[in-house]
Each structure stands twice: as structure tokens, then as C-alpha cells.
Design a protein around this ligand. Structure first.
Ligand SMILES: Nc1nc2c(c(=O)[nH]1)N[C@H]1C(S)=C(S)[C@@H](COP(=O)(O)OP(=O)(O)OC[C@H]3O[C@@H](n4cnc5c(=O)[nH]c(N)nc54)[C@H](O)[C@@H]3O)O[C@H]1N2
Ligand SMILES: Nc1nc2c(c(=O)[nH]1)N[C@H]1C(S)=C(S)[C@@H](COP(=O)(O)OP(=O)(O)OC[C@H]3O[C@@H](n4cnc5c(=O)[nH]c(N)nc54)[C@H](O)[C@@H]3O)O[C@H]1N2
Ligand SMILES: [Mo]
Length: 781
């Protein structure tokens, strides 16, 4: 299997180069890039029309990311990467039966991820034919019947896995979970398991709700905004706006990232006339700290230790308190135990593990304590580690010491990824569902819901590997590429009796399939969704718990494509008949699904009416109201210890010493496993993706030269060989001992067993590696 990205013959190419990028984030670079995408697209005019409606009332929700916009702002808000996402979905190119007749699955497997998705939209349902090794057309009813036959033939519903990727709308997700629970299982592996799971788990235990407590307006009132382990210039470009504004009005924006990401340094607003004309840009930070990979918890602990020290000094001198004693007394639980572990954590451990000097830690703590209202934002640099839950709880602890929770301009802000990943969870895509949700479903629909926990992503892979699960159905996404330990995951999928992919575009998960396999083409966010009762809107929830409608604008490429709710209804009706609802009647008008949501999911009363509100409505957040849905009914200070060692004990026990630890991250030209191009503009990389970013001194120390090709081998205490070939060493400005490479190319290196404590999230930001001279057929090259 080739996971290497080759440039397709029918796509614009550029030669491999590395040159530091001189411009700010956004600005002309972004406009030029959007313009290039449009000029190069077959659908330029149509896309422009679509783009102008993105994130506006009456338009569709941008499929790019889950950042929210100010509900009051009437401005057209879009960004370079949102434009790419729209453009990519709204292509006129088709992957139709003629395409599948031309290529065998084995031939397609030789192509890169870039090439596969570049071929266009899937237009007709197809079924795998082993005799010709090709996908062939199948009518929808036969496809549904095949799925039903497999599902109804299993000896237990727990032998099927139902994956969800975070673009699925609330309506699709709700219907899907209802069908799967009526069928009888909670096996809901979803992309969130690999993403912000740790945020949900940590915040649930600390403050009783697994979502962010801030809304868009809070950014205008914060004295300081901390951005932990996040690259908004690429992944949440619309966030640069409030960051830049905060700096302009004198607030602190403190970035914590081992890489000096361009968007965290400077930003030029592509929709700001004066900035564009004068080619001026504005800084997006006031301080930048570059910790060791996984060193954030130690930094936070150090900041808490300084805060405690200053509190004691203030007390001794009779000066104003540093802690918010009123908050702690009225709302806090466990503060004494927490402060005891803060006190007991040695400075040496804090310094060594954070990779920062005492002066830096003190400066970060001062910037934190100087702010009366502080927002803490974070993303994958925090959530994809072994101790992510503990790190996020340390963020919450620190915020609670100074009462930075539930007041305007302060709070916790896990910045979500997929545009509706938060909504999918709210709708019940949850392998460990809350009892209240199950009770509500049981009450409303009158069937006995499964009460036992289901599988998350990693558990689903183990179950398929061991033959315990036999059917895999995916509502979107690219399971084969997004998951860790690529070869074992591929084996897991191939073990299945049936794999079903409900998708918009061709990807590797269609090619790594079960004994029988279906590809079901669906509508995307940009497409007009026509049902029996007319065109339908769907709804999504952003990172600030705002729910709003999304209306597709473009005519679907083929009449054979069906909406996600319609596909789910088809599968459900074939499998369960009319139980517990008439599925086809429900999808004729999505308002009917929303009524079911209103009946069963808290916060959605009068859902259809409230959707008429321009900008949507706010779901509310109990922690933001200083109400604590925790067993103690208070905000819990969690007294976690720093890990003994960042390197996993299983690696240490194997007796091997890593050369480096590696994070996997996104380039500027990709959306998760969707590769838009081979450049990473802000990091100065062009025309290549198989690169390993390493500090120049480390490259020399390990006996290599910049530009040389290496094989990367990951270390874990088991018998599996995890290796990727032929990565070019890029000398890069980054802390010693670290490396970085692109996801998904290095996913074969992430061990399936290397997961977060309490979150089960693969540790994609921390893989112990060794470098070897690149080998080709055993020969060193
Ligand atoms: N254009 C575009 N937009 C996207 C996506 C996309 O692929 N493309 N993906 C969407 C999704 S699903 C998600 S989850 C988000 C992801 O958004 P991000 O979390 O921004 O994504 P990553 O590229 O994984 O970036 C992680 C950042 O964390 C830093 N980092 C890595 N390890 C550490 C660490 O140990 N400590 C600290 N402090 N920093 C660290 C890296 O240097 C990098 O800057 O974006 C969403 N939006
Ligand atoms: N090593 C490493 N691995 C990671 C990560 C990392 O940082 N490092 N990040 C993790 C994270 S944060 C995430 S969220 C996951 C992402 O995992 P996934 O969500 O599974 O992956 P995507 O690449 O977003 O899925 C892309 C595919 O979704 C389909 N698609 C696109 N739009 C739609 C739609 O509207 N409907 C349907 N039905 N299908 C659609 C297309 O066929 C496309 O090929 O990957 C995780 N994996
Ligand atoms: Mo994500």
C-alpha cells in the first residue's frame, strides 16, 4: 500500500522546495491562493456564489472548521481554507461508474490520497465485485437490503461498528444514533475519539460539562487569551481576527507552541481594505513560549506554583489576594488537595518536563495573573497526548484559582475541529452515553435501549482485528487513514464481512474494504437537499454552542446522490422496518427530525421555531452559569501528578532509547486526510509532504545532513514493526529533541496501544522515533 502522496498527472504541480515564508498569515498570500483555487476550478463562478453565502443566514455552514462567528456580524466571513473546503466539495468532476470500470481497486490503491480525492464527487452507489476487483453499480434498494441482511444476520448487534465523522449534521447524527440504538448497540467510534475526547472527559469531571464555556463575545472582553497547542492560521483562520483585535486593544495573547506558527505571529486581514492596500499586518501575540512536546502540563503546574507563591506573599504583606477566594469558597471542591500536589511538585521536574526556563515559566505566570479575565484556548497539541486529560484539568485548575470561569471575558475554550463534531456528540453519537440521554430515548420511542458501553475508535479496531466485529459502517470520514497503526487498521477493515462507506469523495477507506463492500454517495454541506416536502436545511453546532441552520446552495451533480438522513433512513427501514418510527416519513421533512430532537435532547425545546432566529440560538452551558453538573455539585480541582516520564513506560521497558519524539500535524494545504496540494506555505515547504522537521543541531547530532532521506521507525514495547520510508530531513527552527511530520503520512508510526489515559485518544502528538538511513529494497540510498 502506498501512502506516499504523488502529484497526479492531471493536477497543477510544483517542484520540491523549502524557503522560509516572508508574509503574514492571511493577507495577499491567502487571497492569491484562493484565486488560484478558483481559476483552477471547473466551477469558478458557481463556487464564488456559494462562497458568498457561507456562514450567512440563508447560506450554508462552512464545512471547514467549528469556529463560530459573532451572530451580530452581517459580514461575509470566509477564509482561505474555508474557500478551499467549499471549492473541493463543489467540484464538477465525477467519480461515476465509468471511472470504476476503468480502474481496479488494486490500481487505485497505487494512487495517492491526493489523487483519489481529486477525481471528484462520488455519484452512484457501487458494490465491490471480487471477480473483477472493481466497484460496480448497484441500486439503492439492493444496497440497503445487503446491509440489512448482514446486520440482521449477526449473532449480536455489538458485532457491528458505526463510525461518524464530524461533518454529519445534527439531523443525520440524531437519526443515525436512533437507528443504531434501536438496532441494539452503542458501538459509536467517531472522529472525536481521535480529536477533543480528552477535553470532553477532563471538563466533564472538572466542571460538569464537556464543552467550552466561552462565546464569541467573550474574546472582546478578555485581558489575556492563551492559545495552547493550536495552529489557527491554518486550521481556524477566522480565529486570527479576534486575536489580532485583542492585541490591538492591549490585551495579552500568549501562544504556547513548540513551532513558531506564522498565524500566531502576524496576520493581515484579507477582507480589511486598508491593511491589504498598505500591505501592513498586525501581530497576533504578545508572548510566545516553546515548550517540550507534552510539556504543557508541567508549564501549567509551574504557573500554578508561582500563583500559589504570590498568593502567600500577598497574604503575608496584607496585599490584595491573588486567588479568587470568593469563587473557591462558593464553588470549589478539593482545592486543598490540589494545592498540596502543586506544592509537592518539584521545580526541577517542572523545568525538565516543560523544557522551559524558570524565568519563562514565571513570565507566563505573570501574564496570566495580570489579566483579570483570561480565556484559555487549546486544540490538538494538548489533546493528543497520554496525559491530555490531566493537562486539560490543570488548565481548569489554574483558571479556577483566579475565578476565570463563568464571567464575561473569561473561561475555557477547546477549539473544535470538524464543523459539527460538537453537535454530533450533543445528538448522542457517544459510545459511553449519559444515562439521561438513554432514558429520554427510551421514554420517547418505547424500545429498550442498550445500556452497556460501546466501542470507541481504538476499541473498534481491536474488535475488528480479533474478529469480534464483522460489519463496519462509516457515516463520512476516512477511517483507514485517520486512525493509528495504519497496517493493523487496514487488516481490521479487511477482516470484516461487510464495509459500508457513506461518502462524498473517493478515499483510501473505500479501497481497504471488507469481503463485501459498498460505497454510498451522499450530498455535502454545499448541495441543495431536496426531499419529498421540498428543499431541506440541516443544523450544526459550533465551538461556542451556537446552533444554526445550513442551506445547501448548489444543484447536486447527480440525481443518484442522497442526503445523509435519507441514506440512514434507507438502511434503517431495510433493517428494522417501521420500528420505532416511519423512517421515510421522518426524512421527508427534517423539521420532523428536529421535533424528535426537541423531545429528547436538552436545550432544543421549540427547535424549529428558534431556528428562525437570525444567527441561530445558544444552547447554554451550565459551567458558564456557575452551575456544576458534577457528583460533588461543585467545580472540582483535580489533583493530578505530572507523569513520571513523558516517554511511555512501555517504551522505556523495552530498553530502547528514542532519537527524538515526533508530533504529527496538518499542513496548510490539507483538510485532515484530504490533501488539497503539496505546499505548506506558512512553514515554507513546497511540493512535498514526506518531510521530517527537525532542529539542525539534532540532525547533525544523529549523524545526518539536512536534505538527506531517512526511514522513520517508531518505538513501542511489542513485536510490530512500524516504519515509514524515504522522508526528507528539513532543518527547522524548533526546540531540541523534537520532530514533526504530516498526518496522515506518519500514522503507520502511531501504535494502536499508545493512547491517552482516560480518553483513549491515539497519542498523535507524541511518538518516540528512531531515524535510519533510507532503504529501498533493503539497500541504503
Ligand atoms: N484547513 C484545515 N482546517 C482544519 C483542519 C484541517 O486539517 N485543515 N482540521 C480540523 C480538525 S478535525 C481539527 S481537530 C482542527 C485541528 O487544529 P490544530 O490543533 O491547530 O491542528 P494540528 O495541525 O494538529 O496542530 C497542532 C498544533 O499544536 C502544536 N503542538 C504539537 N504538539 C504540541 C505540544 O505538545 N504542546 C503544544 N503546546 N503544542 C503542540 C503543533 O506545533 C501545531 O501548531 O482543525 C480543524 N480545521
Ligand atoms: N496522526 C494523526 N492522526 C490524526 C490526527 C492527527 O492530528 N494526527 N487528527 C485526528 C483528528 S483531530 C480527526 S478529527 C480525525 C479525522 O478523521 P475523519 O473525520 O475520519 O477524516 P477526514 O479526513 O475528515 O474525512 C474525509 C472524508 O470524508 C468524506 N466527507 C467529506 N465531507 C463529507 C460529508 O459531508 N458527508 C459525508 N458522509 N462524507 C464526507 C470524504 O469522502 C472525505 O474523503 O483524524 C485524526 N487522526
Ligand atoms: Mo479533529
Amino acid at each position: 500500500m502506498s501512502s506516499h502522496q504523488k502529484i497526479p498527472d492531471n493536477a497543477p504541480a510544483s517542484s520540491p522546495r523549502y524557503k522560509p515564508y516572508p508574509g503574514p498569515a492571511g493577507g495577499w498570500g491567502a487571497l492569491i491562493s484562493v484565486a488560484k483555487a478558483w481559476v483552477g476550478s471547473d466551477n469558478a463562478l458557481k463556487n464564488l456564489r456559494a462562497m458568498l453565502k457561507t456562514n450567512q443566514n440563508g447560506g450554508f455552514d462552512c464545512p471547514g472548521c467549528a469556529w463560530g462567528d459573532s451572530p451580530e456580524s452581517g459580514m461575509v466571513k470566509f477564509c482561505e481554507n474555508g474557500a478551499k473546503a467549499v471549492n473541493w466539495e463543489a467540484t464538477k468532476r465525477r467519480v461515476d461508474p465509468a471511472f470504476f470500470a476503468r480502474y481496479s481497486v488494486s490500481a487505485l490503491l497505487e494512487q495517492s490520497d491526493y489523487w483519489l480525492e481529486y477525481q471528484g464527487r462520488l455519484t452512484e452507489p457501487v458494490v465491490y465485485d471480487p471477480a473483477s476487483d472493481r466497484y460496480k453499480p448497484i441500486d439503492w434498494d439492493s444496497a440497503f437490503a445487503l446491509i440489512a441482511q448482514h446486520l440482521n444476520g449477526l449473532s449480536s448487534p455489538d458485532q457491528a461498528e458505526f463510525y461518524t465523522s464530524g461533518r454529519a449534521s445534527n439531523e443525520a447524527a440524531y437519526l443515525y444514533q436512533l437507528f443504531v440504538r434501536a438496532y441494539g448497540t452503542n458501538n459509536f467510534p467517531d472522529c472525536s475519539n481521535m480529536c477533543h475526547e480528552a477535553s470532553g472527559v477532563a471538563l466533564g469531571q472538572s466542571v460538569g460539562v464537556g464543552k467550552g464555556t466561552v462565546t464569541y463575545d467573550d474574546f472582546e472582553h478578555a485581558d489575556a487569551i492563551f492559545v495552547w497547542g493550536q495552529n489557527p492560521g491554518t486550521n481556524h483562520p477566522r480565529m486570527l481576527d479576534p486575536l489580532r483585535d485583542a492585541v490591538k486593544r492591549g490585551a495579552q495573547v500568549v501562544c504556547i507552541n513548540p513551532l513558531k506558527e506564522r498565524g500566531l505571529e502576524r496576520f493581515q486581514h484579507p477582507q480589511h481594505m486598508l491593511e491589504m492596500l498598505t500591505n501592513s499586518d498586525k501581530p497576533t501575540n504578545t508572548a510566545f513560549f516553546r515548550p517540550a512536546l507534552g510539556g504543557d502540563m508541567a508549564l501549567l503546574r509551574g504557573m500554578a506554583k508561582f500563583t500559589l507563591q504570590w498568593e502567600r506573599e500577598a497574604q503575608a504583606k496584607g496585599e490584595p489576594a491573588v486567588f479568587d477566594h470568593a469563587f473557591i469558597a462558593e464553588h470549589g471542591h478539593g482545592v486543598d488537595d490540589y494545592l498540596a500536589v502543586v506544592e509537592a511538585t518539584p521545580w526541577e521536574q517542572i523545568q525538565a518536563q516543560s523544557g522551559l526556563s524558570l524565568e519563562d515559566i514565571e513570565l507566563a505566570a505573570r501574564m496570566y495573573c495580570r489579566g483579570k479575565r483570561v480565556i484559555m484556548c487549546w486544540a490538538m497539541g494538548i489533546t493528543q497526548h497520554r496525559h491530555s486529560v490531566q493537562t486539560i484539568q490543570e488548565i481548569a485548575n489554574l483558571q479556577m484559582l483566579r475565578g476565570n470561569l463563568g464571567v464575561p471575558g473569561a473561561g475555557l475554550c477547546p477549539v473544535r475541529g470538524h464543523s459539527n463534531v460538537q453537535g454530533d456528540r450533543t445528538m448522542g453519537i457517544n459510545e459511553r452515553p449519559p444515562v439521561a440521554l438513554l432514558d429520554a430515548i427510551e421514554r420517547r420511542f418505547g424500545f429498550p435501549v442498550p445500556r452497556h458501553s460501546g466501542h470507541n475508535v481504538v476499541e473498534a479496531i481491536h474488535a475488528m482485528l480479533e474478529g469480534r466485529s464483522k460489519v463496519f459502517i462509516a457515516l463520512g470520514g476516512n477511517f483507514a487513514q485517520a486512525t493509528p497503526d495504519t497496517e493493523r487498521t487496514a487488516q481490521a477493515l479487511r477482516n470484516c464481512d461487510l464495509t459500508v462507506q457513506i461518502s462524498t469523495k473517493l478515499n483510501r477507506s473505500h479501497l481497504i474494504h471488507g469481503k463485501q463492500a459498498l460505497i454510498l454517495p451522499c450530498l455535502g454541506r454545499t448541495d441543495i437537499d431536496l426531499q419529498v416536502e421540498g428543499p431541506q436545511a440541516v443544523t450544526v453546532e459550533d465551538s461556542f454552542s451556537m446552533v444554526h441552520a445550513s442551506n445547501g446552495q448548489l444543484k447536486a451533480l447527480s440525481k443518484q446522490m442522497r442526503s445523509e438522513p435519507a441514506v440512514i433512513a434507507g438502511i434503517a427501514a431495510a433493517t428494522l422496518g417501521k420500528a420505532p418510527i416511519d423512517w421515510h416519513w421522518t426524512v421527508a421533512d427534517y423539521g420532523r427530525i428536529r421535533e424528535l430532537i426537541a423531545d429528547t435532547i436538552p436545550g432544543f425545546t421549540d427547535f424549529n421555531e428558534r431556528l428562525q432566529n437570525p444567527g441561530g440560538f445558544y444552547l447554554g452551558n451550565s459551567a458558564a452559569q456557575r452551575q456544576w453538573a458534577t457528583p460533588s455539585k461543585r467545580a472540582n480541582f483535580k489533583a493530578n501528578l505530572l507523569p513520571d516520564s513523558l516517554i511511555d513506560p512501555r517504551v522505556l521497558a523495552s530498553g530502547q532509547t528514542p532519537d527524538l519524539v515526533m508530533q504529527s500535524m496538518r499542513s496548510h494545504d490539507q483538510y485532515n486526510t484530504t490533501i488539497y496540494g503539496m505546499d505548506d506555505r506558512y512553514r515554507g515547504v513546497r511540493g512535498q509532504r514526506d518531510v521530517l522537521f527537525v532542529n539542525e543541531a539534532d540532525i547533525m547530532r544523529l549523524g545526518f545532513q539536512p536534505g538527506q532521506k531517512v526511514d522513520i521507525v517508531s518505538l513501542w514495547g511489542d513485536d510490530h514493526v512500524r516504519r515509514v520510508h524515504g522522508f526528507t530531513l528539513l532543518a527547522f527552527d524548533m526546540p531540541a529533541g523534537q520532530a514533526a511530520a504530516y498526518y496522515p503520512e506518519v500514522n503507520p508510526l502511531v501504535p494502536l496501544e499508545s493512547v491517552g489515559d482516560g480518553s483513549h485518544t491515539p497519542t498523535s502528538k507524541f511518538v518516540a522515533i528512531k531515524l535510519e538511513r533510507a532503504r529501498d529494497n533493503g539497500r541504503i540510498v
